[in-house]
Ligand binder design. Structure first.
Ligand SMILES: [Mg+2]
Length: 275
């Protein structure tokens, strides 16, 4: 069975693991499930998640972590034709993911613009300035493809909500007069498609485990995967019960033991028999 597991609100909340989930994932891996960890976050490189998950006792390898940054890199690498020069309005982890697949990366500076980038990738950019915003918009106006890692307007931090990649995408879209040509992250299907295909599975055979109706569950529907909503993150039971059809999960789990029971029902007969 292929599990596409969201991180924040499912595996951990902030720096604390969700009780029972790392141990459950370890048991799932031991009985042969393939587990890919997916997140809309584009700021960090996979290696940073690897260290964090490993410390929590979560079974993981670097190639089983597909962030929106990694999925963007894989999507660009799969493009036919000349290798692109990519302008990045985003964090160092995003730049590193793109360099990992052999792309030439430039910053949103006058020098970067002079390199005639064919693509502008926008993720959450902690170094965003008026100047960087103007240059990224300029590159798009000059004909570069506009790719957004995700459109999350905000995301939760320890001291409140911080501006997400979507805020920066909106600013660049307004300044350039163009909407993104491609958005990779949830609720768009690209992140889950890339994550499933990266391990050789058709996305529609995946089981998505997430904590957000409007992103995780909607994206699961879009790729035709089953979905389990965890109530360990941002969604309450009342919100889950009131979900519209496109946001309705196949199952709801309040904690790790309920998730384990749902997954046992979903696991194919053949793997259950061979245990
Ligand atoms: Mg989440």
């Amino acid at each position: 069975m292929l599990l596409l597991v969201d991180l924040d609100g499912v595996v951990y909340r902030g720096s604390a693991p969700v009780p029972g989930v790392p141990a459950l994932l370890d048991r799932c891996a031991a009985q042969g499930d393939t587990i890919v960890y997916v997140t809309n976050n584009s700021r960090w490189h996979r290696d940073e998640y690897l260290a964090r998950l490993d410390a929590m006792g979560v079974p993981v390898r670097s190639d089983l972590i597909v962030t929106a940054a990694r999925a963007t890199a894989l999507a660009l690498a799969a493009d036919d034709g000349e290798p692109s020069t990519v302008m990045i309005s985003g964090g160092p982890g995003l730049a590193r993911e793109l360099r990992d697949v052999g792309l030439r990366v430039v910053a949103p500076t006058a020098k970067g613009l002079a390199a005639s980038p064919s693509v502008v990738v926008v993720g959450v950019d902690f170094a965003l300035t008026y100047r960087r915003l103007s240059v990224a918009a300029d590159a798009i106006r000059q004909g570069a493809r506009f790719i957004a890692t995700n459109r999350d307007p905000v995301y939760p931090a320890a001291d409140g909500l911080w501006a997400g990649a979507g805020s920066m995408v909106a600013a660049i879209a307004t300044a350039s007069g163009r909407e993104p040509d491609l958005v990779i992250g949830k609720p768009e299907p690209g992140l889950f498609q890339t994550a499933a295909l990266s391990v050789g599975w058709p996305p529609e055979r995946a089981v998505v485990v997430g904590d957000q109706l409007a992103t995780d569950i909607v994206a699961a529907h879009r790729v035709g995967a089953r979905s389990v909503l965890m109530l360990t993150g941002v969604t309450t039971r009342a919100q889950a019960d009131a979900a519209t059809a496109d946001q309705r999960p196949d199952a709801i789990a309040a904690d790790a033991s309920e998730l384990e029971a749902v997954l046992a029902r979903y696991r194919p007969e053949s793997t259950r028999a061979s245990r």
